[in-house]
Design a protein around this ligand. Sequence first.
Ligand SMILES: [Zn+2]
Length: 131
Amino acid sequence: MNYKNSFSVKAFFDYLREKRLMGVKCLNCKNLMIPPRLICTACKKANLEWFEFEGAGALETFTILHVAPTSLKDKAPYILGIVKLNEGPLITGRIIGVTSDKPKRIRIGMSVKADFIQESDSTILAFKPNN
Ligand SMILES: [Zn+2]
């Protein structure tokens, strides 16, 4: 079976490997969801199709993690952010390419775009300043 036929978190990560930010669109009410769901969170129907997000948005909020899970121990401190995609949904990702100096100083509302980090055998969704 083609993994892309199933609206799963696994498929979401398989698409990340291809540098594509994929969610689903409800064909009933047009609600967009990312990561994909099997049932629309708005109208509860299961009439969905894949939807590719552009990957651009604005930083909604962020947190700096100094104590990381074991698998990310050598990455700490790192920044996790919630990004409001231009298409509407919120998604969590690592925030990269920011420093304590202007013009790349992290701030709420900053324009960001998706980046895809290869780490060991998985692809991590990250966002970096959009110019
Ligand atoms: Zn719906």
